[in-house]
Design a protein around this ligand. Structure first.
Ligand SMILES: *Cc1c(COP(=O)(O)O)cnc(C)c1O
Length: 373
Protein backbone atom coordinates (compact mmCIF):
# COMPACT_ATOMS: atom_id res chain seq x y z
CA UNK A 1 0.00 0.00 0.00
CA UNK A 2 1.22 3.51 -0.78
CA UNK A 3 1.81 6.00 2.05
CA UNK A 4 -1.36 7.84 3.02
CA UNK A 5 -1.22 11.63 2.65
CA UNK A 6 -3.62 14.30 3.82
CA UNK A 7 -3.55 16.10 0.43
CA UNK A 8 -2.29 15.25 -3.05
CA UNK A 9 -1.05 18.34 -4.84
CA UNK A 10 1.92 16.50 -6.38
CA UNK A 11 -0.19 13.83 -8.00
CA UNK A 12 -2.58 16.50 -9.25
CA UNK A 13 0.29 18.39 -10.82
CA UNK A 14 1.43 15.22 -12.57
CA UNK A 15 -2.00 14.88 -14.21
CA UNK A 16 -2.24 18.47 -15.42
CA UNK A 17 1.46 18.86 -16.16
CA UNK A 18 1.24 19.45 -19.93
CA UNK A 19 -1.33 22.21 -19.59
CA UNK A 20 0.26 23.80 -16.53
CA UNK A 21 3.70 23.73 -18.08
CA UNK A 22 2.35 25.35 -21.23
CA UNK A 23 0.69 28.12 -19.20
CA UNK A 24 3.91 28.57 -17.25
CA UNK A 25 6.00 28.83 -20.42
CA UNK A 26 3.67 31.39 -21.98
CA UNK A 27 4.04 33.69 -18.99
CA UNK A 28 7.78 33.08 -18.73
CA UNK A 29 8.23 33.88 -22.43
CA UNK A 30 6.37 37.17 -21.98
CA UNK A 31 8.32 37.94 -18.77
CA UNK A 32 5.16 39.54 -17.37
CA UNK A 33 5.20 37.97 -13.94
CA UNK A 34 3.44 40.76 -12.10
CA UNK A 35 0.94 42.00 -14.63
CA UNK A 36 -0.35 40.62 -17.87
CA UNK A 37 -3.34 39.43 -19.87
CA UNK A 38 -3.60 36.19 -17.85
CA UNK A 39 -5.00 38.17 -14.92
CA UNK A 40 -7.99 39.39 -16.93
CA UNK A 41 -8.45 35.97 -18.47
CA UNK A 42 -8.53 34.34 -15.09
CA UNK A 43 -10.91 36.99 -13.73
CA UNK A 44 -13.26 36.15 -16.62
CA UNK A 45 -12.90 32.37 -16.15
CA UNK A 46 -13.63 32.48 -12.47
CA UNK A 47 -16.59 34.85 -12.95
CA UNK A 48 -18.00 32.46 -15.55
CA UNK A 49 -17.40 29.49 -13.28
CA UNK A 50 -19.23 31.27 -10.46
CA UNK A 51 -21.94 32.63 -12.76
CA UNK A 52 -21.45 36.13 -11.37
CA UNK A 53 -20.96 39.43 -13.16
CA UNK A 54 -17.73 40.44 -11.46
CA UNK A 55 -14.70 38.65 -10.03
CA UNK A 56 -11.77 40.50 -8.51
CA UNK A 57 -8.69 38.28 -8.10
CA UNK A 58 -6.24 39.06 -5.31
CA UNK A 59 -3.26 37.55 -3.52
CA UNK A 60 -4.93 35.57 -0.72
CA UNK A 61 -8.31 34.60 0.67
CA UNK A 62 -7.80 36.82 3.69
CA UNK A 63 -7.02 39.73 1.36
CA UNK A 64 -10.27 38.96 -0.45
CA UNK A 65 -12.21 39.34 2.80
CA UNK A 66 -10.35 42.56 3.51
CA UNK A 67 -11.13 43.89 0.05
CA UNK A 68 -14.81 43.00 0.42
CA UNK A 69 -15.07 44.68 3.83
CA UNK A 70 -13.22 47.78 2.63
CA UNK A 71 -15.65 48.11 -0.26
CA UNK A 72 -18.57 48.22 2.20
CA UNK A 73 -17.14 51.38 3.81
CA UNK A 74 -18.46 50.46 7.25
CA UNK A 75 -18.09 52.83 10.19
CA UNK A 76 -15.44 51.97 12.81
CA UNK A 77 -16.82 49.60 15.44
CA UNK A 78 -19.47 48.11 13.17
CA UNK A 79 -20.18 44.50 14.09
CA UNK A 80 -19.61 41.56 11.79
CA UNK A 81 -21.19 38.23 12.73
CA UNK A 82 -19.28 35.07 11.89
CA UNK A 83 -19.39 31.44 13.05
CA UNK A 84 -17.41 30.56 16.18
CA UNK A 85 -16.27 27.34 14.54
CA UNK A 86 -14.03 28.42 11.67
CA UNK A 87 -10.66 29.74 10.63
CA UNK A 88 -8.80 32.02 13.04
CA UNK A 89 -7.61 34.49 10.42
CA UNK A 90 -11.13 35.78 9.69
CA UNK A 91 -11.70 37.73 12.93
CA UNK A 92 -8.13 39.03 12.61
CA UNK A 93 -9.00 40.69 9.30
CA UNK A 94 -12.18 42.14 10.78
CA UNK A 95 -10.26 43.64 13.70
CA UNK A 96 -7.52 44.98 11.48
CA UNK A 97 -10.17 47.17 9.84
CA UNK A 98 -11.42 48.48 13.20
CA UNK A 99 -14.57 46.43 12.97
CA UNK A 100 -15.82 44.11 15.68
CA UNK A 101 -16.04 40.34 15.14
CA UNK A 102 -19.08 38.82 16.86
CA UNK A 103 -19.20 35.04 17.16
CA UNK A 104 -22.37 33.02 16.76
CA UNK A 105 -22.93 29.32 17.29
CA UNK A 106 -23.11 26.78 14.48
CA UNK A 107 -25.45 23.99 13.45
CA UNK A 108 -24.40 20.58 14.81
CA UNK A 109 -25.21 18.76 11.55
CA UNK A 110 -23.56 21.02 8.96
CA UNK A 111 -21.07 22.80 11.27
CA UNK A 112 -22.09 26.08 9.57
CA UNK A 113 -23.52 29.35 10.92
CA UNK A 114 -26.90 28.78 12.57
CA UNK A 115 -29.43 31.43 11.48
CA UNK A 116 -31.18 31.33 14.86
CA UNK A 117 -27.88 31.75 16.71
CA UNK A 118 -26.84 34.55 14.34
CA UNK A 119 -30.13 36.37 14.94
CA UNK A 120 -29.53 36.32 18.70
CA UNK A 121 -26.25 38.21 18.17
CA UNK A 122 -27.73 41.03 16.07
CA UNK A 123 -27.58 44.51 17.62
CA UNK A 124 -28.05 48.05 16.33
CA UNK A 125 -24.34 48.04 15.40
CA UNK A 126 -24.46 44.86 13.29
CA UNK A 127 -23.53 45.62 9.69
CA UNK A 128 -22.68 42.28 8.09
CA UNK A 129 -22.76 38.51 8.40
CA UNK A 130 -20.03 36.22 7.09
CA UNK A 131 -21.33 32.65 6.81
CA UNK A 132 -18.52 30.17 6.12
CA UNK A 133 -19.29 27.24 3.82
CA UNK A 134 -17.32 24.93 6.05
CA UNK A 135 -15.53 21.76 4.92
CA UNK A 136 -17.18 21.94 1.49
CA UNK A 137 -20.86 22.43 2.26
CA UNK A 138 -23.03 25.55 2.13
CA UNK A 139 -24.42 27.33 5.16
CA UNK A 140 -28.25 27.59 5.10
CA UNK A 141 -28.35 30.55 2.74
CA UNK A 142 -32.14 30.76 2.44
CA UNK A 143 -32.59 31.56 6.13
CA UNK A 144 -29.46 33.71 6.24
CA UNK A 145 -30.61 35.73 3.24
CA UNK A 146 -33.99 36.32 4.90
CA UNK A 147 -32.22 37.38 8.08
CA UNK A 148 -29.97 39.78 6.16
CA UNK A 149 -33.03 41.31 4.49
CA UNK A 150 -34.97 41.59 7.73
CA UNK A 151 -32.16 43.47 9.51
CA UNK A 152 -30.67 45.17 6.45
CA UNK A 153 -27.27 43.48 6.73
CA UNK A 154 -24.59 42.77 4.18
CA UNK A 155 -24.13 39.08 3.46
CA UNK A 156 -20.60 37.95 2.56
CA UNK A 157 -20.06 34.28 1.83
CA UNK A 158 -16.75 32.61 2.63
CA UNK A 159 -16.33 29.93 -0.01
CA UNK A 160 -12.63 29.19 0.60
CA UNK A 161 -13.45 25.60 1.46
CA UNK A 162 -16.35 25.00 -0.90
CA UNK A 163 -15.53 26.47 -4.28
CA UNK A 164 -17.66 24.63 -6.81
CA UNK A 165 -20.35 23.55 -4.34
CA UNK A 166 -23.87 23.97 -5.68
CA UNK A 167 -26.63 25.51 -3.62
CA UNK A 168 -30.30 24.85 -4.40
CA UNK A 169 -32.77 27.54 -3.32
CA UNK A 170 -36.43 27.06 -2.41
CA UNK A 171 -37.48 27.51 -6.06
CA UNK A 172 -35.04 24.74 -7.07
CA UNK A 173 -32.76 27.27 -8.72
CA UNK A 174 -29.09 26.30 -8.57
CA UNK A 175 -26.34 28.69 -7.53
CA UNK A 176 -22.63 28.35 -7.12
CA UNK A 177 -21.63 28.72 -3.48
CA UNK A 178 -20.26 32.24 -3.14
CA UNK A 179 -22.65 33.73 -5.70
CA UNK A 180 -25.71 34.02 -3.44
CA UNK A 181 -24.95 36.85 -1.00
CA UNK A 182 -23.99 40.44 -1.82
CA UNK A 183 -20.43 39.22 -2.15
CA UNK A 184 -18.54 35.95 -1.89
CA UNK A 185 -14.83 35.36 -1.58
CA UNK A 186 -12.47 32.44 -1.87
CA UNK A 187 -8.88 31.33 -1.37
CA UNK A 188 -6.61 29.42 -3.72
CA UNK A 189 -4.19 28.36 -1.02
CA UNK A 190 -2.62 24.96 -1.86
CA UNK A 191 -4.55 23.05 0.78
CA UNK A 192 -7.90 24.28 -0.52
CA UNK A 193 -9.90 22.20 -2.98
CA UNK A 194 -9.01 24.65 -5.71
CA UNK A 195 -5.35 23.97 -4.90
CA UNK A 196 -3.01 26.36 -6.60
CA UNK A 197 0.76 26.17 -6.59
CA UNK A 198 1.17 29.31 -4.55
CA UNK A 199 -1.38 31.62 -3.03
CA UNK A 200 -4.38 33.40 -4.42
CA UNK A 201 -7.88 34.64 -3.70
CA UNK A 202 -10.86 36.32 -5.32
CA UNK A 203 -14.03 38.24 -4.49
CA UNK A 204 -17.26 37.70 -6.43
CA UNK A 205 -20.22 40.03 -6.73
CA UNK A 206 -23.14 40.91 -8.93
CA UNK A 207 -23.05 44.50 -7.67
CA UNK A 208 -21.32 46.79 -10.20
CA UNK A 209 -20.65 49.56 -7.71
CA UNK A 210 -18.98 47.27 -5.16
CA UNK A 211 -16.98 45.63 -7.96
CA UNK A 212 -15.77 49.00 -9.20
CA UNK A 213 -14.71 50.00 -5.69
CA UNK A 214 -12.85 46.73 -5.15
CA UNK A 215 -11.10 46.98 -8.50
CA UNK A 216 -9.96 50.43 -7.61
CA UNK A 217 -8.71 49.43 -4.16
CA UNK A 218 -6.93 46.38 -5.58
CA UNK A 219 -5.31 48.61 -8.20
CA UNK A 220 -4.47 51.79 -6.30
CA UNK A 221 -4.70 51.01 -2.60
CA UNK A 222 -6.75 53.41 -0.49
CA UNK A 223 -5.38 56.76 -1.60
CA UNK A 224 -2.49 56.86 0.84
CA UNK A 225 -4.71 56.33 3.89
CA UNK A 226 -4.25 52.63 3.82
CA UNK A 227 -2.04 50.48 1.66
CA UNK A 228 -3.54 47.46 0.11
CA UNK A 229 -1.09 45.67 -2.12
CA UNK A 230 -2.51 42.30 -2.73
CA UNK A 231 -2.74 41.77 -6.45
CA UNK A 232 -2.76 38.23 -7.78
CA UNK A 233 0.48 37.68 -9.71
CA UNK A 234 0.13 37.03 -13.42
CA UNK A 235 1.94 33.70 -13.22
CA UNK A 236 -0.42 32.48 -10.50
CA UNK A 237 -3.40 33.63 -12.53
CA UNK A 238 -2.20 31.62 -15.53
CA UNK A 239 -1.81 28.45 -13.44
CA UNK A 240 -5.16 28.93 -11.74
CA UNK A 241 -6.84 29.43 -15.07
CA UNK A 242 -5.87 25.84 -15.93
CA UNK A 243 -6.82 24.48 -12.54
CA UNK A 244 -10.30 25.96 -12.48
CA UNK A 245 -11.29 23.96 -15.57
CA UNK A 246 -10.82 20.75 -13.58
CA UNK A 247 -12.35 21.82 -10.31
CA UNK A 248 -15.74 20.17 -10.87
CA UNK A 249 -14.02 16.95 -11.88
CA UNK A 250 -11.87 16.95 -8.75
CA UNK A 251 -14.86 17.75 -6.59
CA UNK A 252 -16.71 14.77 -8.05
CA UNK A 253 -13.76 12.49 -7.37
CA UNK A 254 -13.76 13.69 -3.76
CA UNK A 255 -17.42 12.92 -3.43
CA UNK A 256 -16.76 9.32 -4.53
CA UNK A 257 -14.18 8.93 -1.79
CA UNK A 258 -16.58 10.45 0.74
CA UNK A 259 -19.17 7.87 -0.25
CA UNK A 260 -16.71 5.09 0.52
CA UNK A 261 -16.20 6.51 4.01
CA UNK A 262 -19.95 7.05 4.51
CA UNK A 263 -20.67 3.40 3.71
CA UNK A 264 -17.93 2.10 5.96
CA UNK A 265 -18.99 4.23 8.92
CA UNK A 266 -22.68 3.38 8.53
CA UNK A 267 -21.95 0.18 10.44
CA UNK A 268 -21.40 1.93 13.79
CA UNK A 269 -23.08 4.72 15.75
CA UNK A 270 -19.75 5.43 17.44
CA UNK A 271 -18.57 7.31 14.37
CA UNK A 272 -20.77 10.06 12.97
CA UNK A 273 -20.12 10.65 9.31
CA UNK A 274 -20.59 14.24 8.04
CA UNK A 275 -24.21 14.91 7.19
CA UNK A 276 -25.31 16.13 3.79
CA UNK A 277 -27.65 19.09 3.77
CA UNK A 278 -30.59 18.77 1.37
CA UNK A 279 -29.99 22.26 -0.06
CA UNK A 280 -26.30 21.92 -0.95
CA UNK A 281 -23.82 19.64 -2.63
CA UNK A 282 -20.71 18.81 -0.63
CA UNK A 283 -17.22 19.21 -2.08
CA UNK A 284 -15.59 17.54 0.95
CA UNK A 285 -12.74 19.95 1.41
CA UNK A 286 -12.51 17.97 4.63
CA UNK A 287 -14.14 14.69 5.56
CA UNK A 288 -14.85 15.42 9.18
CA UNK A 289 -16.22 12.75 11.48
CA UNK A 290 -17.50 13.18 15.02
CA UNK A 291 -16.66 10.81 17.86
CA UNK A 292 -17.19 11.03 21.63
CA UNK A 293 -14.93 13.82 23.00
CA UNK A 294 -13.27 11.29 25.33
CA UNK A 295 -12.15 9.27 22.29
CA UNK A 296 -11.07 11.95 19.85
CA UNK A 297 -7.44 12.60 20.84
CA UNK A 298 -6.78 8.90 21.44
CA UNK A 299 -8.20 8.09 18.04
CA UNK A 300 -5.95 10.63 16.40
CA UNK A 301 -2.92 9.16 18.18
CA UNK A 302 -3.95 5.63 17.21
CA UNK A 303 -4.24 6.68 13.57
CA UNK A 304 -0.88 8.43 13.70
CA UNK A 305 0.72 5.29 15.21
CA UNK A 306 -0.55 3.48 12.14
CA UNK A 307 0.75 6.05 9.65
CA UNK A 308 -2.63 7.62 9.00
CA UNK A 309 -2.57 11.44 9.07
CA UNK A 310 -5.59 13.33 10.43
CA UNK A 311 -6.17 16.90 11.52
CA UNK A 312 -8.27 18.56 14.20
CA UNK A 313 -10.17 21.44 12.58
CA UNK A 314 -10.66 23.38 14.82
CA UNK A 315 -9.15 22.65 18.24
CA UNK A 316 -10.56 25.85 19.77
CA UNK A 317 -13.79 27.63 19.01
CA UNK A 318 -12.87 31.23 18.21
CA UNK A 319 -14.80 32.84 21.06
CA UNK A 320 -12.65 30.97 23.60
CA UNK A 321 -9.32 32.18 22.23
CA UNK A 322 -7.79 34.41 24.85
CA UNK A 323 -8.08 37.67 22.97
CA UNK A 324 -11.83 37.14 22.62
CA UNK A 325 -12.53 35.86 26.13
CA UNK A 326 -11.08 39.19 27.18
CA UNK A 327 -13.94 40.75 25.23
CA UNK A 328 -16.36 38.86 27.48
CA UNK A 329 -17.11 35.49 25.89
CA UNK A 330 -17.56 32.65 28.38
CA UNK A 331 -17.18 28.87 28.13
CA UNK A 332 -20.56 27.27 27.62
CA UNK A 333 -21.91 30.24 25.71
CA UNK A 334 -21.70 28.67 22.23
CA UNK A 335 -22.08 24.99 23.11
CA UNK A 336 -22.24 23.47 19.63
CA UNK A 337 -18.98 25.06 18.50
CA UNK A 338 -17.38 24.02 21.79
CA UNK A 339 -18.49 20.40 21.46
CA UNK A 340 -17.37 20.23 17.85
CA UNK A 341 -13.91 21.43 18.74
CA UNK A 342 -13.67 18.41 21.07
CA UNK A 343 -15.28 15.79 18.88
CA UNK A 344 -14.39 16.56 15.25
CA UNK A 345 -11.57 14.87 13.35
CA UNK A 346 -10.76 15.33 9.66
CA UNK A 347 -9.58 12.23 7.78
CA UNK A 348 -7.50 12.18 4.59
CA UNK A 349 -9.58 12.94 1.52
CA UNK A 350 -8.24 13.69 -1.95
CA UNK A 351 -8.77 12.45 -5.45
CA UNK A 352 -5.73 10.15 -5.37
CA UNK A 353 -6.72 7.91 -2.42
CA UNK A 354 -6.97 4.22 -3.33
CA UNK A 355 -9.49 1.69 -2.03
CA UNK A 356 -6.93 -0.30 -0.07
CA UNK A 357 -5.86 2.90 1.71
CA UNK A 358 -9.46 3.86 2.44
CA UNK A 359 -10.30 0.40 3.78
CA UNK A 360 -7.21 0.54 5.98
CA UNK A 361 -8.19 3.95 7.40
CA UNK A 362 -11.80 2.92 8.07
CA UNK A 363 -10.74 -0.29 9.78
CA UNK A 364 -8.42 1.56 12.14
CA UNK A 365 -11.05 4.17 12.99
CA UNK A 366 -13.77 1.59 13.63
CA UNK A 367 -11.54 -0.80 15.60
CA UNK A 368 -10.36 2.00 17.86
CA UNK A 369 -13.78 3.40 18.74
CA UNK A 370 -15.21 -0.07 19.34
CA UNK A 371 -12.36 -1.12 21.61
CA UNK A 372 -12.40 2.11 23.61
CA UNK A 373 -16.07 2.97 23.92
C1 LIG B 1 -8.02 29.27 4.11
C2 LIG B 1 -9.21 30.02 4.46
C3 LIG B 1 -9.30 31.42 4.24
C4 LIG B 1 -8.17 32.31 3.82
O1 LIG B 1 -7.35 31.91 2.83
P1 LIG B 1 -5.84 32.40 2.62
O2 LIG B 1 -5.71 32.35 1.13
O3 LIG B 1 -4.97 31.41 3.32
O4 LIG B 1 -5.69 33.78 3.14
C5 LIG B 1 -10.49 32.04 4.53
N1 LIG B 1 -11.54 31.36 5.02
C6 LIG B 1 -11.49 30.04 5.26
C7 LIG B 1 -12.70 29.35 5.81
C8 LIG B 1 -10.33 29.31 4.98
O5 LIG B 1 -10.32 28.00 5.22
Amino acid sequence: MEDIKMTATKAQYAKLKPELDAAFSTVMASMSMEEGPQQQEFARSIATFQQVQHAIPCARGTDALELALLALQLPAGAEVILPAFCYEALPEVIMKLNLKPVFADVDSRTFTLSPAAAERMITAATAAMVPVHLFGQCAPMQELTELAQKYNLWLLEDVAQALGAVYVDKDEKEWRAGAIGHMGYTSFFPTKPSADFGEGGAVFTGDAELAERMQQIARDGMGGKYTFSARLQNLQAAMLDVKIRYLDEYNEAREEIARFYDNAFAETKLVQAPQRATYSSHTYHQYTIKVAPALRDGLQQHLSDNFIPSVVYYPQPLHLLEKYTLAGYLPGELPVAELLSQSALSLPLHSELKEDQLAYICQHVIDYVKQNR
